[in-house]
Design a protein around this ligand. Structure first.
Ligand SMILES: Cc1cc2nc3c(=O)[nH]c(=O)nc-3n(C[C@H](O)[C@H](O)[C@H](O)COP(=O)(O)OP(=O)(O)OC[C@H]3O[C@@H](n4cnc5c(N)ncnc54)[C@H](O)[C@@H]3O)c2cc1C
Length: 355
């Protein structure tokens, strides 16, 4: 078969690699040029690492990246942490490096073509047996396929520091948003910010200096670190409505959840796996994706509800601290084998304990 994939992000390239391995002819159209270094927390959860292994890239990514064994949430002086089950680990990987690795793996097939600087729209004439849309959060393909997307009031930013790596992805809540610290290997630490536009005092060119001075105050232990780069990007909260589309939408184009889950890259890899399995059956693809989307969306909605820095954040951290087993159990969703709400009573009750 002859397939066209729109978008050379992690969803598009991992799908390309799977389709190439199945013997298909694959063209990927990407509107930008060169390897893409996206604003992202850069933490790949355990179920994402398993999927990378299926692509034959895990060892190389491990070597290039950093490693973490769980998630730590912090708000003011309160801190709770959960560990992935059965010794599972996540990987922090520089997005530019991951992009280069995926491209290189695809280029090993002469049935692969990458059209860089090519923006493809739904109304364009297309010469392919099937189109897969992996064109990210501002997908042009989701609207014509019956989805209603609401662009939220959030902004993403990312910089890297030369700093000692933490053992867990550390998420700190502030009234204006969340900060993610992820070890990305070779002594670098990725700092991703998810900011609420209506709670930050500056925008545009003033944002970086404001972040720098606030960061030095909030993270005195990292204040002397060298900043390696700085990028900003809009982020979204999306709603999911309307009929199932006839085109396969993958990754962020599927508009499943806010980046607060930290599961976006892993989810993209999972979309690629199922889109390959159901390449000729979009309805089957959406059916197979539904439970995965639901479980990650449930987790996301929970964290969104309790974020924002305030009483709710405080309550969540306090309850999780009272029930560390429940927290570990919730995180088991990220090893890909559990739904978050499959908490046993003995795990759920301590979460509801009065304090
Ligand atoms: C601040 C922030 C922190 C995050 N932290 C994490 C994290 O720690 N862990 C995690 O797993 N996820 C995280 N995410 C989410 C993660 O970055 C995304 O879920 C993931 O990149 C989605 O991959 P994708 O391939 O679907 O989309 P993208 O990576 O956005 O790729 C889409 C590609 O399509 C191209 N494109 C768009 N339109 C067209 C067109 N019409 N024609 C051709 N090409 C087109 C774009 O140029 C782009 O290269 C974070 C996101 C943000 C904003």
């Amino acid at each position: 078969m002859n397939y066209l994939i729109v978008g050379a992000g992690i969803a598009g390239l991992s799908l390309a690699l799977r389709l190439l391995r199945d013997g298909h002819q694959v063209t990927v159209a990407e509107k930008q040029k060169g390897p893409i270094d996206k604003v992202c927390g850069e933490g790949l959860l355990p179920f994402g690492t398993t999927l990378l292994d299926e692509l034959g890239l895990l060892e190389a990514v491990k070597k290039a990246g950093g490693s973490f064994d769980g998630i730590r949430y912090r708000y003011r002086d309160r801190s709770v942490e959960g560990t992935f089950r059965n010794g599972a680990r996540g990987i922090g990987i520089d997005r530019g490096t991951l992009d280069r690795m995926l491209r290189q793996a695809c280029h090993e097939y002469d049935r692969f073509e990458l059209l860089e600087g090519h923006k493809i729209q739904p109304q364009d004439p297309i010469d392919a047996d099937r189109v897969f849309a992996a064109d990210g959060v501002f997908s042009l393909w989701s609207a014509p396929t019956g989805r209603e997307v609401c662009i939220g009031n959030r902004l993403g930013a990312r910089f890297r520091l030369v700093a000692p790596p933490p053992d867990k992805v550390t998420v700190r809540f502030f009234p204006f948003g969340e900060v993610y610290l992820t070890p990305t290997g070779t002594g670098s630490l990725s700092v991703a910010l998810l900011l609420r536009r209506n709670r930050i005092p500056v925008m545009g060119a003033d944002l970086q200096p404001w972040c720098a001075s606030w960061f030095a105050e909030a993270f005195p232990e990292l204040a002397g670190s060298t900043w390696l780069d700085w990028q900003t990007r809009g982020s979204i909260v999306a709603t999911y409505r309307g009929p199932m589309p006839k085109v396969h939408l993958l990754g962020d184009a599927l508009h499943t959840f806010d980046p607060i889950s930290g599961a976006g890259m892993s989810f993209s890899l999972m979309c690629a796996k199922l889109a390959t399995r159901y390449a000729e059956d979009p309805a089957g693809y959406y059916r197979a994706m539904a439970p995965i989307r639901r479980s990650i969306a449930d987790f996301t909605n929970l964290v969104l509800f309790f974020s924002g820095g305030g009483v709710r954040t405080n309550v969540m951290l306090r309850q999780l601290a009272l029930a560390p087993h429940a927290f570990n159990r919730i995180l088991a969703i990220f090893d890909g084998r559990h739904r978050p709400w499959h908490l046993g009573l003995k795990h759920a009750i301590p979460l509801l304990r009065p304090w």
